[in-house]
Design a protein around this ligand. Structure first.
Ligand SMILES: [Zn+2]
Ligand SMILES: [Zn+2]
Length: 288
């Protein structure tokens, strides 16, 4: 994965923040590496520095490391294409006690920074081929928010629309508050000249509306024209919007410009959007 591909360059080089932005889905890469994909420099201290130095840009960050890399501490075994198909992998780390110890460390980690104001805690989740999550619903209790995402979409490439709806309905069935990067897995079928069909986005949003969850505008990989349609459709349906940087690298902190561009191109005022706010209890140390 190239960092360069994740850095957004606005069509307006003089872009200034029109208001502070939240980012409801982000990762950390510092020790003990609760997500394996980000670089080590993406630590809580780095997020704190960003808030301190750019108060006109940032409202808050939620840290939502991957459930599979919390549960499976070996990076070579935790990626979706491994653990999705081999249930002995999560079972092995559960049996050794490694998963329980990581869950405790992640709770302690989240307690150390979450304040319900500038910093929120969460987890990004998905299911394997059998519909199983890497962590149980009880193990995900007590965080501010849960993001449900699609990271692996196996099957016949020509059935990409059917596969999207199959995976999307599974994501909607998860105990999550936000659907993460809802259209990223279709980026191979989209370009500026030929964005995703409006009806595909409409049908996707109808499902989101029915499930009463928030939808994400995700800045990690950019699909500008698709995200404009997504935002417009979500606004028309009164669906909650979660603006999420999905940060993996410190170099991506400038990607707030993507949010500015998506909102500007949508011709909807930010203040008219129904914005996501966490509704869960912000005490990751205590399980009800
Ligand atoms: Zn993700
Ligand atoms: Zn993510």
């Amino acid at each position: 994965m190239s960092i360069e591909r994740c850095i957004y360059r606005s069509y307006n080089p003089n872009r200034k923040p029109s208001h502070p932005w939240p980012s409801w889905h982000n990762h950390t890469g510092s020790y003990p590496r609760f997500s394996f994909c980000p670089t080590a420099g993406l630590s809580i201290a780095r997020y704190e520095r960003e808030l301190r130095e750019n108060p006109d840009v940032w409202e808050c960050f939620a840290i939502t490391d991957h459930a599979f890399s919390i549960a499976i501490p070996d990076p070579s075994k935790c990626w979706p294409h491994n653990w999705y198909e081999d249930e002995s992998i999560p079972d092995f780390f559960r049996e050794t006690g490694a998963t329980a110890s990581r869950i405790k460390s992640y709770r302690d980690f989240c307690k150390s920074f979450s304040d319900g104001n500038n910093f929120f805690s969460g987890i990004e989740i998905e299911v394997n081929l059998n519909g199983r999550m890497a962590l149980t619903a009880e193990e995900m209790d007590g965080y501010d928010l849960i993001v449900g995402s699609i990271h692996h979409n196996p099957g016949a490439p020509e059935d990409w629309v059917e596969r999207h709806f199959f995976q999307f309905k599974r994501a909607l069935s998860l105990p999550c508050d936000i659907i993460g990067h809802p259209i990223r897995h279709m980026n191979a079928h989209s370009s500026k000249e030929n964005p995703l069909p409006r009806e595909l986005i409409d049908e996707t949003l109808d499902l989101v509306k029915e499930a009463v969850v928030a939808i994400e505008i995700n800045a990690h990989y950019q699909q500008l024209h698709d995200n404009v349609l997504l935002l417009q459709g979500a606004y028309e349906r009164d669906i909650e919007i979660a603006f999420s940087m999905d940060l993996h690298y410190p170099e991506e902190f400038g990607n707030w410009r993507y949010f500015e561009d998506v909102v500007e191109l949508s011709e909807i005022r930010y203040s008219d959007l129904k914005l996501f706010k966490p509704k869960r209890r912000a005490s990751p140390g205590e399980i009800s």
